[in-house]
Design a protein around this ligand. Structure first.
Ligand code: NAD
Length: 296
């Protein structure tokens, strides 16, 4: 099967390489030439625009930063919609607003083009290992047909519902991760200020009800002062912006998400937009005038 792949960044590059390894023929496109050169060197063919990708393929994957870029690539000038054939499928794997997924799918449907929204969780290491978690929205028949393509990049692929449902699941994921990181930060800073070793508090509680994947992933990095990304604060702000816009549109107040969003905004104002989201602990450290561990 010949697949188009647009958006060869931190995530798209390893994901596209895994599709090549699985034996799929790829036509790739990105505004950054170096990214395209790298994936072409691994065996893909290049196209000059999304339109050209669509002209040569019937399944097209996009892995772009956010809603405006997906709109541009699909519906804009030289976009996919100009050349995509009826019956072809767009799989958008970017994390975007679910309402935008639905709008784009509706425009594509007018031309008989199908769409799945299929955002991922797991970050670059799991993109490299092909062990991502993929949450999918769309028609079951389209999902069933393209399941093997998604499985070539993932450990887990779950159809959550109709179009937009994948991105709703991703927003839920991002709420839970952000609030967990804030809770871990709040708790460990309290321990440090109380004069109790945060590392030992972490060891004492990780097997109990307070234990979580987030605690195990982020507490050690906070204690070692490792704040290189990972998942950047700037990207988490992008996702929580989509969370809050979607929730307000639907009439759902999210007081805790709004509070954590402002903490991330404060860190961005401090120049930390490029740091890992585990750097949220620094917000609490500044308030309490204590650090979890001496800076290395
Ligand atoms: P990135 O910024 O590294 O990559 C985006 C790529 O899209 C870049 O190569 C850029 O040149 C390209 N691009 C932008 N506009 C384009 C256009 N108009 N036409 C063609 N190419 C264009 O981002 P990333 O980290 O790979 O993330 C991609 C998506 O995956 C985002 O929605 C992000 O939230 C999500 N995500 C990221 C992670 C992570 O850990 N990085 C984890 C899960 C999900």
């Amino acid at each position: 099967m010949k697949i188009g792949f647009i958006g060869l960044g931190i995530m798209g590059k390893p994901m596209s390489k895994n599709l090549l390894k699985a034996g799929y023929e790829l036509i790739v496109c990105d505004v950054t030439k170096a990214a395209v050169d790298e994936v072409v060197a691994a065996g893909a063919n290049r196209a000059a625009s999304p339109r050209e990708v669509a002209a040569q393929t019937e399944v097209i994957i996009t892995m772009l930063p956010n809603s405006p870029q997906v709109r541009q690539v699909v519906l804009g000038e030289n976009g996919l919609i100009e050349a995509a054939k009826a019956g072809s499928v767009l799989i958008d794997m970017s994390s975007i607003a679910p309402l935008v997924s639905r709008e784009i799918a509706a425009s594509l449907a007018e031309k008989g083009i199908e769409m799945l929204d299929a955002p991922v969780s797991g970050g670059e290491p799991k993109a490299i290992d092909a062990t991502l978690s993929i949450m999918v929205g769309g028609k079951k028949v389209v999902y069933n047909r393209l399941h093997p393509v998604l499985k070539a990049m993932a450990a887990s692929v779950v159809l959550v519902g109709d179009i937009g449902a994948g991105n709703v699941a991703k927003l839920a994921n991002q709420i839970i991760v952000a609030l967990n990181i804030a809770a871990v930060s709040e708790a460990l800073v309290l321990a440090a200020k109380a004069g109790v070793e945060p590392e030992l508090v972490y060891q004492a509680i990780r097997g109990g009800l307070a234990g979580s994947t987030v605690l195990d992933a982020k507490a050690p990095l906070m204690l070692e002062r490792k704040f290189n990304p990972g998942f950047r604060i700037g990207l988490h702000i992008k996702d929580l912006t989509n969370v809050l816009e979607t929730s307000h549109e639907l009439g759902v107040p999210l007081p805790l998400t709004a509070a954590v969003m402002e903490m991330l905004q404060a860190l961005k104002a401090d120049g930390l937009a490029g740091a890992d989201h585990g750097a949220l602990v620094q917000y609490y450290e500044k308030l309490a005038k204590v650090t979890l561990a001496p800076l290395a």
